[in-house]
Design a protein around this ligand. Structure first.
Ligand SMILES: C[S@@+](CC[C@H](N)C(=O)[O-])C[C@H]1O[C@@H](n2cnc3c(N)ncnc32)[C@H](O)[C@@H]1O
Length: 315
């Protein structure tokens, strides 16, 4: 094994703010269990050092904070001439800004920590659901990773926005694709279940109009390996019933979420730890029969938001 330095991207600051380096460490330790690491600042650069082999480079390059890798010999840093391989151009995820968009790097972290918690056999073809999908940042990330994804969002305008977004980037990047509309499930509510499907062979996502609490009715025959979501913060976004407290939404949605999970499935949530507080969320997940993992990555976004991440498994 060689000494490897991971350059912590300056982008990480806009995702994790003052806690960028400690969030990077948490992500690394979770995704690379059994690997030691140390953090060091050199001039303006922050590095995470570890010992690794070439077989680990693809995973290291996909860490949400990693800008690039170096092989270190004493004070000499040799850049490794590798970039992460993705199925879609980065513009699909990073190219558009809209109100309420979840930070792209944080979304990648949610995917990374969720995938790391899956058994090996389920990682390569994990099926992803974002039950609070907004305008599909997580679904596009999943596609970049070569994974099929489904999303639920009650805002009818979201599908039009996502359609515009993917059309634009397909044109700019000359990406061959398929875009179609459809209807799924039976929630008994008008419009619920209408979806748009975006496919770039061999992967696709579907964004369905609906309520996260009806995931099992929207997808009566589907099971998902990974549920990832950025929960409404109760500040910019309201939970569907107008409450500012997303905990009641999660509590009401959990039976439906559990129904679409497999035994090994993981639920990964980003949430404002002021609302709900971490302990309250652990209690609700535990009451629903989920097992909460010992993972936390708190970072202050503003006076009223300290975002954290929770991982819970179905078993
Ligand atoms: C923090 S935003 C997620 C943003 C998304 N990750 C993105 O980048 O576009 C939370 C989303 O949850 C949605 N939401 C609120 N209540 C919901 C419900 N009952 N079912 C499904 N989605 C809901 C909101 O409309 C909002 O789009």
């Amino acid at each position: 094994m060689s000494e490897i330095a991971l350059l912590i991207s300056p982008e990480t600051k806009s995702a994790y703010f003052q806690e960028a380096v400690s969030v990077a460490e948490q992500e690394f330790r979770w995704v690379m269990p059994g690997f030691d690491c140390r953090l060091e600042q050199r001039g303006p650069f922050n590095f995470l050092f570890t010992q690794a082999d070439a077989e680990h480079y693809p995973l290291l390059l996909r860490l949400s904070f990693c800008q690039g890798l170096f092989v270190c010999e004493g004070d000499r840093f040799q850049p490794i001439n590798l970039e992460p391989e993705f199925a879609l151009h980065e513009d699909f995820v990073f190219g558009s800004k809209f109100k309420g968009k979840t930070n792209e790097r944080l979304t990648q972290l949610l995917l990374n920590v969720g995938l790391a918690a899956l058994p090996d056999h389920a990682k390569a073809h994990a099926k992803v659901l974002d039950p609070l999908a907004g305008r599909a940042t997580s679904l596009l990330w999943a596609m970049r990773y070569g994974l099929n994804a489904w999303g639920i969002e009650p805002d009818g305008k979201a599908q039009d926005d996502v359609r515009q977004l993917v059309k634009k980037w397909c044109k700019v990047r000359r990406q061959s694709h398929r875009l179609r509309d459809g209807v799924l499930g039976n929630t008994g509510r008008k419009k619920d279940g209408q979806f748009i499907e975006f496919a770039v062979e061999p992967v696709k996502f579907r964004l369905a109009q609906g309520d996260a609490r009806q995931a099992d009715q929207l997808f009566p025959k589907e099971k998902f390996d990974l549920l990832i979501s950025d929960v409404p913060y109760g500040v910019q976004h309201f939970a569907g019933d107008g409450t500012r407290n997303p905990l009641s939404l999660i509590e009401q949605a959990l039976p439906a979420w559990k129904a679409v999970m497999k035994k090994h499935s993981q639920l990964v949530l980003a949430f404002n730890s002021y609302l709900p507080q971490r302990d309250a969320l652990i209690q609700v997940l535990g009451d629903a029969g989920l097992t909460v993992a010992d993972f936390s990555a708190p970072h202050r976004m503003s006076e009223s938001i300290v975002r954290d991440v929770m991982i819970a498994s179905a078993s």
